[in-house]
Design a protein around this ligand. Structure first.
Ligand code: AMP
Length: 415
């Protein structure tokens, strides 16, 4: 089904052609007509599915049809969990709004950049606001923004927002919005917390789900390499020299590890950088741009990069450190093999990680062969777990006992 049958204007179709979008993705095919016919929508969709365009295109279409004359008023608000996703969504509005009779004024509101500049941009006229919740609340508190004309509210990656503990901020923002509006909610998973929030936000939403929840994963070759922890760095260098990987995203357990290894790889002559939440926003934007334009080959990142990053050309994702949860595994490897391209995802495991990886496989319903690479073979045996004596039922303190003890200790202290 081509884009031309979805009810989008020739102006928007022109921008689609310019961006090389020939056919809509399944999410777009379902969501665009629903939004155009003014429904609230709740869609189970993840990054890589084309979900951004599925709300950006019809919002632009409806907005453009009734924009009218005079100063811009905020008609659409999109909330996202990360700064990167905010910037990507704002860019999508600009890209697809390029040929409209009146181009939309799009403002992004994110932390790490000057709030004064952002307020100024809003006051100069803003049609579409894309924001992270914390900074948006700071702006709302300044009482210099009028949201009373709002017609569209989008919550993108709702599950991730709630995971990150943004539910209170979200509630406060909802209080600022006019009751009459069209709501669109996107989430990769539907945990109970998300469903509860969804029922507050949307009114009789049309629910959109897809038979395959992980549409991107099939195009990814997943490899598991057994290697001792101290040999992971040398092995990665060996693979970078021998495999034909162009752009490589390497996941590290924490920010320090990402910084350290990036510095080491630079010393070895690789074009590498670290990417994590402690960097200034400008540094993050700059590094990302360098990576997208292939000036940097290797990005050592923490999980902040696992969601939302819109980079289509990552040839390989490496789990240098394993992710904590099976869901994170899928999100991480989903950074490669995007937009119809194929990709490789490599996980390094040592004795200590074997059980954890087996659990990831079980939960993700996959079973992968273990490889060893010549010169980097896994040696030694799994460390024996130190076990204390088995607890004897009835001998230890019960939860109630502990609470009583605590209460006795606090007695008179008024904690
Ligand atoms: P998203 O899930 O919105 O993050 O989109 C994933 C990637 O797919 C982005 O780089 C989009 O530019 C790209 N994309 C989305 N829809 C299409 C489409 N219909 N045709 C080609 N590329 C697309």
């Amino acid at each position: 089904m081509p884009f031309s049958t979805l009810g989008l204007s020739p102006h928007i179709q022109r921008s689609l052609r310019k961006s090389g979008y020939t056919l809509p993705t399944p999410v777009q095919e379902k969501v665009i007509p629903l939004v155009l016919s003014h429904h609230d929508v709740m869609a189970r969709a993840q990054t890589g599915s084309g979900k951004s365009a599925s709300f950006v295109l019809p919002i632009l279409e409806l907005w453009s049809g009734r924009v009218g004359e005079g100063k811009a008023k905020i008609k659409a608000l999109v909330l996202t969990p990360t700064r990167e996703l905010t910037l990507q969504v704002a860019e999508a509005f600009e890209t697809f709004g390029e040929f409209l009779p009146r181009k939309p004024k799009v403002v992004s509101i994110i932390g790490g950049e000057s709030i004064g500049d952002q307020l100024y941009a809003i006051q100069q006229g803003c049609d579409i606001l894309v924001a992270t919740s914390g900074r948006l609340l700071d702006v709302v508190k300044k009482k210099q923004m009028n949201l009373s004309h709002l017609e569209f509210f989008v919550l993108d990656e709702a599950d991730k927002m709630l995971d990150l503990g943004f539910s209170e901020e979200l509630e406060l923002i909802l209080q600022e919005l006019p009751a009459q509006r069209q709501n669109l909610l996107f989430s990769a998973t539907y945990p109970p917390k998300m469903v509860a929030i969804a029922s507050k936000i949307t009114q009789n939403p049309v629910e959109v789900t897809f038979e395959s929840e992980e549409p991107t994963v099939e195009s990814i070759v997943q490899r598991v390499i057994e290697v001792n922890n101290e040999n992971r760095g040398p092995l990665l260098r060996h693979l970078l020299n021998t495999e034909k990987w162009e752009q490589v995203l390497v996941f590290m357990a924490n920010k320090r590890a990402a910084d350290n290894i990036a510095a080491k790889f630079k010393k070895y002559g690789f074009s590498a950088e670290s990417f994590h939440g402690d960097l200034l926003q400008e540094e993050r934007n700059y590094t990302l741009k360098q990576f997208k334009t292939k000036k940097i080959r290797i990005l050592f990142a923490t999980d902040i990069a696992a969601r939302g990053l819109d980079i289509n050309d990552i040839t390989c994702v490496v789990n240098f450190d394993l992710p904590r949860s099976p869901a994170d595994y899928i999100h991480r490897i989903g950074r490669t093999g995007r937009a119809g391209k194929s990709g490789v995802a490599v996980s390094f495991i040592s004795h200590e990680e074997k059980d954890h990886f087996a659990l990831i496989e079980k939960r993700s319903k996959i079973k992968l062969d273990r490889e060893q690479i010549e010169g980097f073979e896994l040696t030694g045996t799994a460390p024996v777990k130190e076990r204390g004596p088995e607890p004897v039922k009835g001998k230890g303190k019960s939860k109630k006992d502990k609470l009583r003890e605590q209460a006795a200790q606090n007695n008179g202290k008024r904690v």
